[in-house]
Design a protein around this ligand. Sequence first.
Ligand code: ADP
Ligand code: MG
Length: 586
Amino acid sequence: MKLDVNVLRYLSKDDFRVLTAVEMGMRNHEIVPSELVDRIAGLKHGGTYKVLKNLLKYKLLHHDRSKYDGFRLTYLGYDFLAIKTLVNRGVFTGVGRQIGVGKESDIFEVAQEDGTILAMKLHRLGRTSFRAVKSKRDYLRHRSSFSWLYLSRLAALKEFAFMKALEEHDFPVPKAIDCNRHCVIMSLVQGYPMVQVKQLQNPETIFEKIIGIVVRLAEHGLIHCDFNEFNIMIDDEEKITMIDFPQMVSVSHQNAQMYFDRDIECIFKFFRKRFNMSFQEDRDDETTEVEVDENSRPSFYDITKDANALDRELEASGFTKKEQNDLDKFIEGGMEKNKDSDEDDESDDEEETVESNEEGNLSEMRSLQLQEELELEIQQWHHSFCNLVKAQRDYIQSLTGWLRLSLFQFSKNPLARSNYESKIYSFCEEWHLAIDRIPDKVASEGINSFLTAVHGIVAQQAEEHKQKKRSDSMLKDFEKKAASLRGLESKYSPYSVPEGRKKNPVIEKRAKVEFLKGKAEEEKSKHEKAVSVTRAMTLNNLQMGFPHVFQAMVGFSSVCMQAFESVYNQAKCIGEEQEEVKRLLP
Ligand code: ADP
Ligand code: MG
């Protein structure tokens, strides 16, 4: 797909507002009804429809009238939202060429302000791929409510969390820079996938290094699950980097051994074929060339493994268990589905819970969106403020430099400066000094600390939102089980224990329902607590943040006033040359 980022420049604030509104609507609608887009966007009368037309023109949205009049984001639209956010955060400034097309991703180069090139991976889950296409389709038939948007975001989040964790444990992976929506920014690996390599100086060393990585991963509780020549990069110095982590699983996964053996087998197979390495364990091959001892194929059972590492890393990144399950199920193509089990069916209904609470969610979403907008505005304010000060400094610096050159350097007789020239020059120097001394750092830090205060509120609000989802789903679970208890109660009388059963099913169920009730109440009270924390934090952060930022700005303005006044007074003193000087002022 073509990613024409030039379009970004033509998009207005309202365009992004409507695009974000469609994104929000897609949290619980495959196709977002036009009126809902309009309500979330909250533009002035009729504004949304004009913007929608524009977004359709650039193919950022898709118009669907099959069931009702509505819109959905295209991958391009989602790309733009992520890119815009990352550019606003200052992560990079421009998008370059495409450097990779993965099975379910597109990889581009992006450039930072100082010219550093990074890699941007845009996840595209749900794009037709050769990875378990059939089972995936079967799987999706059961769960049409799973959107590619949701899955791609999860894949990016998981990949980012792992890349960071693996780097901290000294695994050779790209450096994780940032992540937004379905997009991961990482350092650019200098090299090429192993699959392109025809010759190695030291195939045995590389082979051992790679097998060593698989073993060490397992010791840390992880299995890559797609560890092959496509996902191992190598550079001219034969340095290895492993990439591509969304499908990683824990060593406690029920098929862990199979995945582990498969990763190992991929490496053995590749080295056997590509570099003619042979291993003693191939019993029918008598002519062993490379001495790899029979026990060299690592055995999953012999490895001492830290089975909880994966859960810990993901939890730390804010990835919930449910999200992990959703993603794993998709990636594994429904292999491990045990959908019929009593325990597993609740997650299927979550989307409905969200649906039925639409009105409540709408105002919550709008509030979140407003907070995010506020954060963005402050960021831009900070950016503009810094630019403003820098532009003034640059202006006066060039003016003084230019004056110095034209008045003195090129003058035939440098000693013969007129009084008039000297006065203009010293006026400019004074001005230069005054601007150099203005306390812009204090003011920009003031804006920044306000930004931190608002960011804190946004993060807390997101946390509260998550807790609400948890609480809603727990309540629903409880209600479902309570209804089934009522069914059981009407079937069995309180004292009749069915023949051959040691325990009374009603009592068992009741205990379970009681337990769930406790859990639901616990989650509800956690949510209520989160709400009050949000309130207190909003009040507190604003109470502290506002005076601070105003103080900083007032202080800054009064110093500026004084500085400019003293420069101006000096200019007035110049007397008859005053008219000339005025012309230099911007
Ligand atoms: P997928 O999950 O779709 O397989 P990958 O992460 O494996 O995606 O990336 C696909 C291709 O993009 C890789 O084979 C590699 O050529 C290139 N690539 C990915 N990440 C980087 C990176 N950080 N630096 C350079 N090239 C990369
Ligand atoms: Mg790959």
